[in-house]
Every structure is written in C-alpha cells, then in structure tokens.
Ligand binder design. Structure first.
Ligand SMILES: [Zn+2]
Length: 325
C-alpha cells in the first residue's frame, strides 16, 4: 500500500476548462468521517465528480467533517461553498487568503476595476485589457455560492482523517497560501506551492493590499519546505512525488533564469507589458495573459527590491530600467 493510502488519503481529479485541465482534490478518510482538501471550480462537472466519488466511497453528506482550502484561487476555493451547502461542514482557509476571498470574490466588481488599473498603469494595450478583464470576470461565478470560512493560523495543528497535520504558511503563489504537513510520516499536502511538472505562477496582484514582493516570499517559502525533508508531496496538480529536494532546486533555478531574462528585457527601459511580450513569446489565451503579466511584474519588482532595477514614470506608465545604465 502506498504511503498516502496508509494515511487514508484519496486523490480526486477535478476537471478544469483550461490548458491546465485538472486540479487534485484530496479526500481523507478517518474513523470519524472524511476531510476534503481543495475543491475545484464551482461548476456542474465538478459537482458531478465529487458526487461520483462520494457514491463510490459510500460517503453521506454528514460524513464530511471539514473542507480545507490551501489558497483563494477559484480552482481551490471555488467549490467549497457548494460542498458546504451539500454537507454542512465547516470550510477552513488561512487568515490572509480568507481576506482575499472577501475582497476579490465577494465584493462585486472590485477586482475587475483594480486589475484594469494595474494593466493600464503598466502599458497593456486597451483592447487586450478588455479581453483579459473579461476573462477574469468569468472566474467570479466559479467561486459562488460563497463559503462561510473559518480561518487557520500558521503553526496550528489540525486532524485530517486520523492523523495530525501542521498548518504551514507558504506565501508566494498566493499571499496566504498554506500547506498541511504530517511530521510522523513526513508527508506534505502542498496545494500549488510545490508542483511536480509545472512551476506555480508567482504573481503580483493589484496594490495596496497585496504583498509587495511575492517572489521573495516564494523563494523563502520553498527554502522553508526544504528543511522538512518531506518523503512524499501530494500536489494540487500532477502526481504525488518524492524528489522534494531536487524539485526545490529546479524551481530555484527556473526563477534565477527567469530573473536574468526579465532583467535583460529591460535594457533600454521597458514597461511590464513590453517585458512580458519578450519573456512569454508563445501564444497566450486571454486567461493566460493575466498570469504572464502579473508574474512578469513579480519578477520585475523582485529585481527592483534587490537594487538591480529602478522605475521611472513616463506618461503615467512605470518604466523599468537597469540601475547604473
Ligand atoms: Zn493557485
């Protein structure tokens, strides 16, 4: 029996309508009932996928004891409100991301206006702003019905199934991202913090509320995971993996290379949109443009805090240039 099966952990594949075509929910069986981790988008196919799993495992609504969400993104938080209605179970999320859910997903068109401002101030052409914001607007229904949330603190111990896990705060991919770690078996349920095949998007969202330097947070957070010496990582996308140290090194190298590329793209001065077009040369969907743009911004800001880049404002648009150039 595989290690995660010994701990009662089942992976539940939930379909996404994007190039990244699935997210893994986890369902953990214990003597008192089941705990769920990450929930998929609130959409018909996700409801059916959960119901199918519940049927296979003979899970009744009252058997679901808790619903845990690693971060505020719609493919993780989105279906938690629907699952809560179905089961009456409490929904748990980290304190910081609970605040972001309230600001972004429960606050009318606030996030659409904030994102429009961010794109505009950083050089994205008007036509593209409309498309990228329309694609973000499509995400909001995937987060309804909203969940009543209970917040988790860093360092808190919780029971998932019959085992204890520590809540570890791992900011970067989102400001308040959390992972769950079982120390006795060195098993980490990693959400989007540590993924086996793709690098999780490190993005800077509109200010003023959001973290100023998410990439710095991310690099610190993966270093923190290194010291746990995890034997098994259960990610939200892709298969369980064991080569944690190697994967952390690959991610550090990826960001090092990306930083060099981003820095080179600012030779002569460039805004975020111009740098993004150089760094992401492939065709991007309206959905992917948002990630590419906010990730480029996160790398530029990281270099600025390191003292390698500076900004000047030109006609209301921030231009990044190399210090001393
Ligand atoms: Zn995510």
């Amino acid at each position: 029996m595989l290690l995660h099966e010994q701990l009662g952990i089942h992976q539940v594949r939930l379909t996404l309508p994007f190039r990244l075509n699935h997210v893994n929910g986890y369902a953990i069986k214990g003597s008192a009932g089941w705990d769920l981790i990450d929930t998929g988008l609130s959409q018909e196919s996700t409801y059916e996928e959960w119901l199918q799993f519940f049927k296979e495992q003979s899970i009744k609504p009252a058997d679901i004891k808790g619903i845990y969400v690693t971060h505020f993104h719609p493919d993780h938080y989105g279906c938690s409100g629907w699952l809560q209605k179905y089961s009456n179970a409490p929904v748990y999320i980290g304190t910081i991301d609970a605040g972001i859910v309230n600001r972004y997903w429960k606050n009318g068109d606030y996030i659409l206006r904030a994102m429009t401002g961010l794109f505009k101030d950083n050089g994205m052409p008007e036509e593209l702003i409309k498309k990228a914001v329309a694609s973000l607007a499509k995400m909001i229904p995937y987060t309804h019905p909203p969940a009543d949330m209970i917040t988790l603190q860093a360092g808190q111990t919780i029971s998932l199934g019959d085992y204890e896990y520590q809540v570890i705060i791992t900011p970067g991919h989102s400001d308040g991202h959390i992972c769950f770690y079982n120390q006795d078996h060195a098993v980490l349920i990693s959400g989007d913090h540590l993924l086996p095949e793709i690098t999780s998007c490190i993005s800077r969202w509109p200010q003023p509320e959001m973290e100023l330097n998410p990439l710095d947070n991310f690099l610190r957070s993966i270093d923190k995971i290194r010291s746990l010496n995890c034997k098994l990582v259960l990610p939200a996308h892709g298969k369980p993996f064991t080569n944690t140290e190697e994967r952390i090194r690959q991610l550090e190298n990826h960001h090092k290379e990306r930083l060099a590329l981003v820095k080179n793209s600012t030779a002569g001065g460039a805004n975020v949109y111009q740098v993004m077009r150089q760094v992401f040369s492939q065709e991007l969907s309206d959905h992917e443009i948002r990630f590419a743009f906010t990730e480029t911004l996160a790398h530029l800001v990281y270099l600025m805090y390191k003292g390698e880049l500076m900004t000047v404002s030109k006609n209301g648009i921030d231009i990044y240039r190399q210090c001393g150039a």
